[in-house]
Write a protein that binds this ligand. Sequence first.
Ligand code: GLN
Length: 316
Amino acid sequence: MSIAATTDKSLLRTAVSDIAEVMAARPDRGTVASYIPELATVDPARFGLCVVDADGEVFMGGDAEVPFSIQSISKVFTLTLALGMVGDRLWKRVGREPSGSAFNSIVQLEFEKGVPRNPFINAGAIATTDVILSGHKPKEALGEILRFMQFLADDQTIHIDREVAASEQRTGFRNAALANYMKSFGIIENPVEYTLGVYFHHCALAMSCRQLAMAGRFLAYKGRNPSTGLFVVKPERARRINSLMMMCGHYDGSGEFAYRVGLPGKSGVGGGILAIVPGQASIAVWSPGLDASGNSHLGRIALEALATRMGWSVFG
Ligand code: GLN
């Protein structure tokens, strides 16, 4: 990368507070997701931004400490766990190609005989969750995921919002269709309702930008959690997870995100985005209103502004 090896902290501090101020005031805020009824109650005026740099210094703006529903951002962490459990065998059940279609597309799954394109579209994440569930009870698998998040963020207060999970469980008909369809091809091993139960609950993890940016640090620092010095994954795996985030993290908006922001990123319909600046920073942003692809509208604009001001890009 052509970026400077050390972050200019005063530049970063000013950029984070300026961007948070500008974003909070913008009238164009996108549309809050309503297909999960509980998410529709979130205030679109919210905006949070948090950057954790290589020294562990935290830079925050706006509602950076307000928990929100991380939704599909959880898929980065379930992918990490599943790879830890079965390694490359995961790729027999899930592909690694960008999808170019909506996160909950059904038609693509039929074309590809029940093998989801990548671990970040819903079908791929449900198949990945099924891998984590195998050999465990749903409660144990969920406990494993929750403890992993708490460990990564170094924060025991992280929890699952049961109202959000229940809300999606009542209305997640499309995900049920995807899971049943994959089951017919043997891609799902466990009872569909168990796999979906775990999936809905990890999507309902409630975390603030600060907690999320902390949890993402291992991806920025070659697989190592800089505060403990311990490796969460090997450098090669961190690099590969970043590459998947770059190619697939924003579904059919991934090309646009790469073009504008130039960093690996993963979005969620709760309006959050986790973005990684290799060697420099882990970033989380939250603005609940979404664009047409289901990615945070102002979240992406804020990351573009931050990356531009800091000269951050994996493309030099
Ligand atoms: N839980 C949501 C769903 O399955 C996650 C989707 C997302 O964040 N893009 O639809």
